[in-house]
Structures are given as structure tokens and as C-alpha cells.
Design a protein around this ligand. Sequence first.
Ligand SMILES: O=C(O)CCC(=O)C(=O)O
Length: 208
Amino acid sequence: MTLFSDTELFATGLAGKKVFDLPDAELILIDNFFTKEESDRFYERILHQTKWREYEMEMYDKIVTAPRMISWYEDKDNVGADQNGPNWTYELLTIRGRVERETQLEFNSLLLNLYRDGNDGVSWHSDKEHNSGPNPVIASVTFGETRMFRLRHKFRKEIPQVEIPLHHGSFLLMAGTTNSFWQHQVPKTAKNVLPRINLTFRRTKRSE
Ligand SMILES: O=C(O)CCC(=O)C(=O)O
């Protein structure tokens, strides 16, 4: 199976856009979407400016602490938005602007994930955005350590899993039916790894 093909080089000639050839998925990866200098700066600022918190989740009928830290940002005019939630920082707005220019879509919410070391990860799931229907568009940006992003088809077990290393400054777009037909995970690793920050921009419905 062809996993991806280079379809386009950016004006700079540095960033390659890879469109994955997978059934029931629209998956696009752009490595070096942000330059190394930008990525280093965003990593440092987001790591230190964010009020990271732990997150409880249900697992096998028990409430457990998720193995990562998170922070949630959203526009205050979103339905049900927490009016006391954090305000978007200059860096987050800059990154959001770049993602919106690339995709020609607007994103009004952001889940920030911090994987402190190899003991942090996220297990198999699909992204379901409460208010945005069965096929949410998720725009994912990575800064820091490279971690593996794995995908598996929910129904067609004969399709091999896909493994994508998400590097510092990369951008991954999950669109179309990707989240209805595929699950993804970031597995824990026994390797000695540095922290990784992941930003997933989301589109939740607004009040108007
Ligand atoms: O860290 C990642 O690349 C994926 C994060 C994720 O799956 C999520 O926030 O739902």
C-alpha cells in the first residue's frame, strides 16, 4: 500500500506536504511547517506559560489520572465556554493563524497536551468534538520530542496500522471521515525522551 506521496513543495522548498493514501481517511502531514527557530521559541514559551493540569478519565470502570497534562483554550463566545478559562496567548494565536491560513478553516478551540516523558501517552481513541458532528476536522501541531502517532482502522483489521513520527514543528491534519473510521494513539515508550507538546485545534459550534 502506498502510505503517502509528496504532492507539493512549499515556496521555500523546505516543507513537504504528504497526503496519506488510506481508505476512509483524509490525512495530511507537513513536516517543518514551522521553522526550527520558531518551533524552539514556541516550545519554550508554551511549556512555561501554560497552566498545565492533570486530567481524570474513566478506564475499565475506574477513574484514573491520564498519563499526560492538558490545558483547554476556547473562544469565549463558544456555546458553554468557560468564561474564566485562560485567554489565548500571543503564541497560540500566531500558531492558530498559521494553521487557519494553511487549511482555510477557522478553529475556535484548542486542546494542549504535554507528554512529560516516555511514561506519558494517549491510548487508542477517536476524536469526537462534542458540538461538531461525527467528522470533526482536527489540526495537530507538535513541538519538542518526536513521538510516534499510530493509527488503526476501526473495522477493517486487515489494513496494517500506520505509524507516523511527529517531529518538532510538524503539522498533521485529520479531516473527512478519519475520526469516524480510524483510531489513533501516542504509545508510551521505554526510551529516554524529552517532553513533547501537542496542540490540537478544533472547531466547536458557536452560539450564533
Ligand atoms: O499528541 C498527539 O499527537 C495526539 C493527541 C490526541 O490524540 C488528542 O488530543 O486527542
